[in-house]
Design a protein around this ligand. Structure first.
Ligand code: ZN
Length: 278
């Protein structure tokens, strides 16, 4: 495992790299552009090269790119689908410029057109995308809390999408707060074992390429996405400990997306996690 945080860019890229390296991060996740808009924003290749050099010098790798929240491959709106595919294409291209091996994408909201239709549309859109995307960047579908019409709260849905493609073309990212909210218990060592066995059966643990490690104050199965500081939520230290000590690959990025990312809370949360690692 390599531990890191979602790194905001407020105050400049270099200053943030320095900050996260100082608190002991070994990897980071960033947005490739505006996280809440349809426009990626221009960034010249020289600036990206400079950023890549800064990440290298700080030993931050692998870089994980989190795609914009607006992208929804399951949308019932034809217009949003076109925009979603365009922005996802741009995101994959930018990830390649950064040398980032992973782009995380929320599975999508079917918006009332139904799970079956939404799933088919996600699969079709990824199929189209795979022809254009840089081969060295892997799309990771993130599990969701299952609010509203969100797909991907059930591990079986992630598995169905993955199995629609050649092995190794897609991966998954599991978010602990989303898992908990979707009813996947992580509150004890026994619960973690059961949840991971479920994930292994439905998807295959070898496809898990990033973990988002967040606590949450919502009740198990509440279907609400609300992140909390490690140790301040419902997922116990015993649960986090069991998850972290499962025996993951050495280079698996474990990313904090806890509240107030970019402040001293990053250090507090990182220390709380590291204390649990044997
Ligand atoms: Zn997440």
């Amino acid at each position: 495992m390599r531990f890191g945080v979602h790194m905001g860019l407020k105050g400049g890229f270099g200053a943030n790299v320095k900050r996260v390296a100082e608190i002991g991060c070994e990897t980071v996740q960033i947005f490739p552009g505006n996280p809440t808009g349809w426009k990626m924003g221009k960034l010249d290749e020289r600036e990206i090269a400079k950023r890549v050099a800064l990440l290298d010098e700080a030993g931050l790798h692998p870089l994980v790119i989190h795609s914009a929240y607006l992208i929804n491959l399951a949308t019932s709106s034809g217009e949003f689908l076109v925009k979603s595919k365009q922005l996802l294409n741009q995101t994959m291209e930018r990830a390649a410029l950064y040398g980032a091996p992973f782009v995380v994408l929320h599975t999508g909201n079917h918006g009332g057109q139904g799970v079956e239709k939404g799933m088919a549309q996600v699969i079709e859109s990824i199929n189209e995308g795979l022809e254009a995307w840089p081969e060295e960047v892997m799309l990771l579908l993130e599990n969701t809390a299952g609010s509203g019409t969100a797909l991907g709260a059930r591990f079986e849905e992630l598995g169905e999408i993955l199995r629609s493609f050649e092995k190794g073309k897609l991966g998954i990212c599991i978010d602990t707060a989303h898992s908990w909210a979707a009813g996947h218990d992580l509150g004890s060592a026994e619960a973690v074992e059961k949840t991971l066995a479920h994930l292994d059966k439905a998807v295959g643990l070898e496809h898990l390429k990033t973990i988002h490690v967040n606590d949450t104050k919502v009740k198990l199965g509440a279907r609400v996405d609300r992140h909390a500081h490690i140790g301040e939520g419902a997922i116990s230290p015993e649960g986090f400990g069991a998850l972290l000590n499962y025996g993951w690959p050495e280079d698996l990025p474990v990313i904090l997306e806890t509240p107030e990312n970019g402040t001293d809370w990053d250090r507090v949360n990182l220390e709380a996690l590291l204390k649990l690692v044997r």
